[in-house]
Design a protein around this ligand. Structure first.
Ligand code: SF4
Length: 295
């Protein structure tokens, strides 16, 4: 419910989110960091975030694109329907291309991405927003447990400790996160919205959304993401077999590189790696030792 009755009165979740955006804009201006930087993935949370930012700009009487800029990280492995949706419905969104494709990364890292080693997120999804106030559509409801800490957070600048900023609904996400070493401020205006809140808002405001949601998809993201689990990955590969082939080809090149580099290698073909990958291997520390990648 976008209006929530509490002991202290009725909470308007939309206006609360709008106020968070307005606060972020004020902070950004006072620190001379320019307009807001919105990380836009094209999913339902991003669409809702766009609606909230638009309302904030209207309440502040500032044209939307002077108030905020919107960035979509092109991953090369997003569902084609999602890519088309962003292009057609949000043509003003900047499309930021990766430095290295997933296929190149698999060979370079000499291992597939795993639930424990998600090197691809950093390379494909976390670019941009340095030195800026960055808004995301991250929500607690997408995580297993709710965060219990305050509104600001220092984000460690090591790969091991760094939070995934843009697309990971981690348990520890909060309304505003602060990365001192990278001088980046991350604000999550709809962090306390439920799935139902997001859909209620999208329908109420008559906003567009990707048609994949009408076909049973609950979440949209990279095809083959290890976080989707075996069933999720297999469902995606059934729908998008060309992406499966691309993974298998990359795995074959990965094997060749491991052999050329003198690494222990238990697979003979890309298909064998795919089978190993889909069956949840690489998800514990002993597997990581075996993998011996350099992520
Ligand atoms: S969402 Fe999944 S596949 Fe996509 S970049 Fe992150 S870990 Fe990799």
């Amino acid at each position: 419910m976008l209006y929530e009755k509490t002991l202290f009165g009725t909470i308007d979740k939309v206006q609360n989110a709008v106020e968070r955006v307005k606060d972020a804009y004020k902070f950004s201006q006072s620190l001379r960091l320019g307009k807001l930087y919105v990380a836009f993935s094209g999913g339902k949370d991003s669409v809702a975030l766009y609606g909230v930012v638009k309302m904030a700009s209207e309440q502040e009487n500032i044209p939307l694109l002077e108030y905020a800029e919107f960035h979509y990280n092109v991953t090369g492995i997003d569902p084609p329907e999602l890519v088309h949706f962003v292009k057609s419905e949000f043509p003003f969104v900047s499309r930021d291309l990766y430095q290295k494709s997933m296929w190149q990364l698999i060979v370079q890292k000499r291992m597939p991405p795993t639930r424990l080693v998600r090197y691809c997120c950093k390379e494909l999804k976390e670019g941009g927003g340095q030195g800026r106030f960055t808004l995301t559509g991250v929500r607690w409801a997408e995580s297993v447990a709710r965060a219990k800490r305050g509104a600001f957070e220092d984000i460690a600048d090591t790969v091991k400790n760094r939070k995934i900023l843009f697309n990971d609904n981690d348990d520890d996400r909060r309304q505003m996160e602060h990365c001192l070493p990278r001088k980046q401020y991350v604000v999550n205006p709809i962090i306390d919205w439920s799935d139902d809140d997001v859909w209620e808002f999208i329908h109420r405001e008559n906003m567009p959304y990707c048609k994949l949601y009408n076909e049973g998809f609950k979440r949209l993201g990279c095809i083959g993401c290890p976080m989707a689990g075996k069933n999720g990955q297999e469902t995606q590969f059934e729908r998008y077999p060309k992406f499966r082939q691309s993974y298998v080809r990359a795995f074959q090149r990965m094997i060749d590189k491991r052999v050329a580099d003198g690494m222990e290698t238990q697979w003979a073909t890309g298909e064998e790696v795919m089978d190993w990958w889909l069956n949840g291997n690489g998800d514990d520390d002993s597997d990581q030792l075996l993998l011996g990648g350099d992520a």
